[in-house]
Design a protein around this ligand. Structure first.
Ligand code: SF4
Ligand code: SF4
Length: 93
């Protein structure tokens, strides 16, 4: 059975300097669950309890849409798929 880490070995990325997801982290300090940190398969979200701050990197985004689905705080200044020619490429052979 293939797991997420194995699946990541079959992906490549053409990173767009213009982020397709832009988070407004001001929402995250007040978030009661921070489901994005536990459900994002690419671990793009990291919460620092010490700094009370969310960090987000779009580079390894798998474009699954999970963070958009689990965030009930409208925390995104932008959420869309990458521009043409950018983003993840899945290769299963
Ligand atoms: S679920 Fe939304 S508001 Fe909550 S921590 Fe994640 S991005 Fe921020
Ligand atoms: S779309 Fe998926 S992989 Fe990309 S940041 Fe959201 S949860 Fe993570």
């Amino acid at each position: 059975m293939i797991n997420v880490d194995d699946l990541l070995d079959y992906t490549s990325f053409t990173v767009d300097r213009e982020a397709h997801i832009v988070l407004d982290p001001a929402h995250c300090a007040a978030c009661s669950h921070r489901y994005c940190t536990t459900t994002c398969p690419a671990r793009c979200y990291a919460w620092s309890e010490k700094d009370r701050k969310m960090s987000f990197v779009h580079d390894g985004c798998l474009e699954c849409g999970t963070c958009y689905a689990v965030c009930d705080s409208h925390a995104f200044a932008r959420w869309r798929y990458p521009r043409g020619g950018f983003g993840v490429s899945y290769r299963m052979t």
